[in-house]
Design a protein around this ligand. Structure first.
Ligand code: 1HN
Length: 358
């Protein structure tokens, strides 16, 4: 075998004599002057046999982070901050503002009477409501008042602002595809000329029109997102509990459901796959892994998540990130509800999503 063509194989590389290796290094050095580099020294790390984790598995206990989220209001207003958010940054990706290789997460706080001013950007956002009541978000001309457990969509390039007409702090989890859009270098933003963008439809219009098992006859949409932009937890919770009466859960996933676009049956958003699951009290799942790194938030209940050697106790509103291709199991002490989001939908569309049970 020709040594020069076999160095992608580490044992063959080790076999190259000192003289051969010195000549190669000299060649690489000269090639570098032309901004050329040999693939064969890098091929194995560019194309490993299986995904190598980016970032680490981690849990943010809500009891630990909540005081910091609330304290942020003592330091800055929502208007001055534009969005008053404490970023959940993966400890293995410090300084990146990333929770996974492709996604962002943060905990946003809005206080009574505040407005987070209207803007739009090419990144898509999701909200998963953690605590409080009386705050609303207005997306593309319609307002929705948010309750804990609600899943709310802000599609790419739609104007959105938030306000709070109730009492007490309101906190939600923001999920955005910031790193994904950044990877494509396709980030644009625009501020609305006013703090509050105009409302063109009454509250509840989208849910009634598209989210009630009905659709306007002849309705077509150019959007890649579900026309339903608030999936209320009251409905979701009822559905999850009905499932437990009708049959056994998936042994690896529990009673796992995805948020759906009623127009085409696809995922609710084009870049972020969103799911919610219920594990009945006392149950546990078998190991599961998939190529999408995922962010989980506990909606209700207590339990444990095991990822490799790590054991994360789960209590309401705790957030856990699991890097792709790391197997995990879930253990429910009481009825445990978990929301999660990942880039699975993008991976599926691009043809490389993989999963493994066991
Ligand atoms: C954003 O627009 C929101 O609208 C939240 O609430 C978090 C993080 C980075 C960029 C834009 C929001 C954000 C964001």
């Amino acid at each position: 075998m020709n040594a020069a063509t076999s160095t992608a194989n580490p044992t063959a590389a080790a076999a190259a004599s000192g003289a051969v290796q010195r000549e190669r290094e000299a060649f690489y050095g000269r090639a570098d002057t032309q901004h050329l580099a040999p693939l064969w020294t890098r091929l194995r790390s560019l194309v490993p046999e299986a995904p190598t984790p980016v970032g680490v598995a981690h849990r943010w206990a809500y009891a630990d982070v909540r005081p910091y989220v609330l304290e942020s209001a003592a330091h800055i207003s929502a208007r001055e901050a534009e969005r008053r958010v404490m970023i959940l940054e993966n400890p293995g990706l410090k300084g990146s503002s990333q929770i996974t290789n492709s996604l962002y997460a943060g905990l946003q706080l809005i206080m009574p009477g505040e407005v987070a001013p209207a803007h739009r950007h090419t990144q898509s956002a999701l909200r998963f409501i953690v605590e409080g009541s009386g705050a609303y978000t207005a997306v593309d001309g319609e307002k929705t008042t948010m309750q804990p457990g609600d899943f709310v969509i802000t599609p790419s390039w739609t104007f959105h602002h938030h306000g709070h007409e109730g009492s007490g702090p309101m906190v939600w989890l923001d999920g955005l595809d910031i790193p994904l859009v950044g990877f494509f270098n396709a980030t644009f933003r625009e501020d609305h000329p006013r703090d509050e963008a105009e409302l063109t439809r009454p509250e509840g219009d989208a849910l009634a029109r598209y989210g009630s098992g009905l659709l306007p006859v002849g309705y077509r949409s150019a959007s890649l997102n579900s026309p339903v932009f608030n999936y209320p937890y009251a409905r979701t919770r009822e559905a999850l509990h009905a499932l437990t009466r009708a049959g056994a859960p998936d042994p690896h996933l529990g009673h796992l459901m995805r948020y759906v676009n009623p127009l085409d049956g696809g995922w609710a958003m084009p870049t972020m796959a969103t799911t919610i699951r219920l594990l009945s009290a006392g149950s546990a799942t078998l190991p599961y892994r998939s190529s999408d790194s995922a962010i989980f938030i506990v909606v209700e209940g207590r339990g444990e998540m095991r990822v490799g050697e790590q054991r994360f106790a789960l209590t309401p509103h705790d957030v856990v990130v699991v890097p792709g291709w790391m197997a995990y199991t879930l253990h429910a002490a009481d009825d445990l509800v978990l929301f999660s989001y990942s880039d699975r939908v993008a991976q599926e569309k691009l043809g490389f999503f993989r999963e493994q049970r066991g």
